[in-house]
Structures are given as C-alpha cells and as structure tokens.
Ligand binder design. Structure first.
Ligand code: NAD
Length: 248
C-alpha cells in the first residue's frame, strides 16, 4: 500500500523488540527509516540489512535517548543524512521493577530519565524541524500501566503516565502547525523486556487478557503505522491501547 512513501521516520531504541517491529513495518510501507539504539552492534547491522530489502534508505545510529546532547546530535545527523524527518517514534524504554519498599533512588532516577526525559530531549530537538516544515507526527510509547498503575512498577508507571501528560500538552502546543502527537499504550507484548519475567507471571498476565494471548511487536507496529500515516490526519493528543482488551 505504501502508506508512508516519501516520508522519513526516526525511531529510538529500535534495535530489538517493538521498535524493530515498527522499523520493519514502516519500511514495508515505503518510509525511509533512521533508527537509534544505545549501541550500533551486530543486531543493528542485521536490522539495516533487513530494512534495505524494502528498497528504502536506512541508517542506524548509536545514541542515548536520555542524553540531551545525544538527542540533539542524533536529530542533526539524521537531518544531514536524510534531508527531512516527518515522523518521530519515541520508543526507547526500560524497566527496573520492584516494590517501593525495595526501590532505590537509582531505580527511580534511571527509569524516569530513560523513559520520560528522553521524550522531552527528542521532541525538543525535533520541534524546530517540524515547525519549519509545518508537518509532523510524533508517536510516544506509553504503556497500559501508565493508565492503570501496577504493583512493583511505580517508577515505570509514573514515567509512562508522565509521558501521556507530555503527549497531550505537545498536541496542544504544536497542533496549529499540523504537527500531531499521540501515545500508544501497549499491554503485554512478547519482547526481551517481558522475557525477563518468570514464566508463571507471564502465564498469569495472559489469563487476564480477553484475547488470551500476548501481543506481538507487529500488533503495536500496526497502530504506529496508522498514527504515523495520513490515515490518522485528524487524530492528535490521544492515547490508544494495544492490549488484547486487557485495559478497560
Ligand atoms: P526491549 O527491551 O525489547 O527493547 C528496547 C530497546 O530500547 C533496546 O534495544 C534497548 O537497547 C533500547 N534502549 C534502552 N535504553 C535506551 C536509551 N537510553 N537510548 C536508546 N535506546 C535505548 O523493549 P520493548 O518491549 O521493545 O519496549 C519498547 C517500548 O515499549 C518501551 O518504551 C517499553 O516501555 C514499551 N512497552 C513495552 C511493553 C511490552 O510488553 N514489551 C508494554 C508496554 C510498553
């Protein structure tokens, strides 16, 4: 269908998991894909090779989304290499799950810096580009636990809820320039992040999901595609769940 033909997308934390799924989906729909991760290693190289099979321009960058300087440099480098950035997917994120009783200051600071400050860093760096071109779609990766909270994830839930407030504010600030900003709230998605959980915890999660299965990166990528493309041209400031009916 080539829903993103001629568009350039920048996706953070895309070497694996959901970000990787989004990169592949966007390339399949004709987008040029720039992506970042903490390290540009063999996994990133493999992704570049896979993306090239779609005949689009692509490049991976080593960049820490939680660093203000790195984010600024990443946006400038991508602009120099691709000439434009139409879509930003703020996907990079981590967990440091534990009950508040055991949570250290470092557990809190790390999660807030990587999951929430990164969104500020990247959006701040890209806004000048999008304001100038009077066009852009920003997609922020939240979580259903940002909507509902979850025991053992107070740091993560707070970061993902904060991201929703940021998304809604940016949608209001930049809407008059045709820049849209939305958030995705995935439920339980099979990636390295959830593979860390014990099998019994994973089985318990699946039992609570009305569709009785974990989601895939492609399930999330399908919504990212919709929000990045002109199919959603009148949708901004929204949070949409991809959770098999888990969040009600
Ligand atoms: P993942 O751990 O499989 O992949 C995350 C990627 O982000 C990794 O490649 C990692 O190296 C990269 N990364 C981490 N910190 C970074 C930083 N500071 N700068 C740049 N890259 C960084 O995780 P995933 O499951 O694919 O999660 C992707 C996003 O989706 C995260 O924001 C996560 O919170 C969110 N999410 C995931 C689930 C799930 O069930 N997997 C559910 C809800 C939300």
């Amino acid at each position: 269908m080539e829903l993103l033909k001629g568009k350039t997308a920048l996706i953070t934390g895309a070497a694996r998991g959901i970000g990787r799924g989004i990169a592949l989906k966007f390339a399949a729909e004709g987008a040029n894909v720039a992506f970042s991760d903490l390290k540009y290693d063999e996994i990133s190289q493999e992704l570049v090779q896979e993306l090239q099979l779609f005949g689009v321009k692509t490049k991976g960058y080593s960049s820490d989304a939680s660093s203000f300087e790195d984010s600024e440099k990443l946006v400038n480098d991508v602009l120099a290499d691709f000439g434009a950035i139409d879509i930003l997917v703020n996907n990079a994120g981590i967990t440091r799950d534990t009950l508040l009783m055991r949570m250290t200051e470092l557990d809190w600071d790390l999660v807030i810096r990587i999951n929430l400050k990164s969104i500020f860093n990247m959006t701040k760096a890209i806004q000048k580009v999008m304001l100038k071109q009077k066009f852009g779609s920003i997609v922020n990766m939240s979580s259903v636990v940002g909507l509902s909270g979850n025991a053992g994830q107070s740091n993560y839930s707070a970061s993902k809820a904060g991201l929703i407030g940021f998304t809604k504010s940016i949608a209001q600030e930049l809407g008059s320039r045709s820049i849209r900003c939305n958030a995705i709230a995935p439920g339980f998605i099979e990636t390295d992040m959830t593979a860390k959980l014990p099998q019994e915890v994973r089985d318990q999660w699946v039992k609570t999901i009305p569709l009785r299965r974990a989601g895939t990166p492609e399930d999330v990528a399908n919504l990212a595609l919709f929000l990045a493309s002109d199919l959603s041209s009148y949708i901004s400031g929204q949070v949409i769940s991809v959770c098999g009916g888990m969040h009600r």
